[in-house]
Design a protein. Structure first.
Length: 154
């Protein structure tokens, strides 16, 4: 979905549900799609995930965050939140379903030199990491070397 269209959809839906003093922004999250910040009265969406998904998915994420705004973030995903989410037409009640969402691929990869297990991340770790599956092998022989495999493009 195009970013400008997602922004318009979000602002329209926030207005429809009476969130007149709330703001909207995009963020650079890769592991979560949306965020409701009750303190700053802001709903934000992951720029990466908006670009990877269609309008129906983005709308459902927006409705999920609007439900949080309407009941208050202290309710998390409890029955008050679920009731409000159902009321406003949100299908993604607890969290979004992985089969419905296109994710940003993890593009930093390391293979264990002993067992070959592949570890994937979004960024290179700042400290040394070792394979936790090869516990019987000395630490130095199972150090992981992370490398960037591909650049993200949209």
């Amino acid at each position: 979905m195009e970013l400008e269209h997602a922004k318009e959809l979000d602002l329209d839906l926030m207005s429809d549900f009476g969130l007149y003093y709330w703001k909207f922004k995009f963020d650079s999250a890769k592991m979560r799609f949306g965020l409701c910040d009750e303190i700053t009265k802001t709903i934000s969406l992951s720029e990466y995930l908006v670009l990877l998904n269609d309008e129906e998915v983005v709308e459902q994420v927006i409705l999920h965050e609007i439900a949080h705004a309407l009941v208050g973030c202290k309710h998390k995903h409890n029955h008050f939140f679920q009731q409000k989410a159902n009321e406003i037409g949100c299908k993604f009640i607890n969290r979004y379903c992985s089969e419905d969402i296109n994710y940003v691929p993890k593009n930093v990869v390391a293979n264990c030199p002993k067992c070959g297990y592949e570890f994937k991340r979004y960024r290179k770790p700042k400290s040394k990491k070792c394979c936790g599956k090869c516990v019987d092998i000395p630490y130095q022989e199972r150090i992981l070397i992370f490398e960037r495999k591909m650049e993200l493009s949209f």
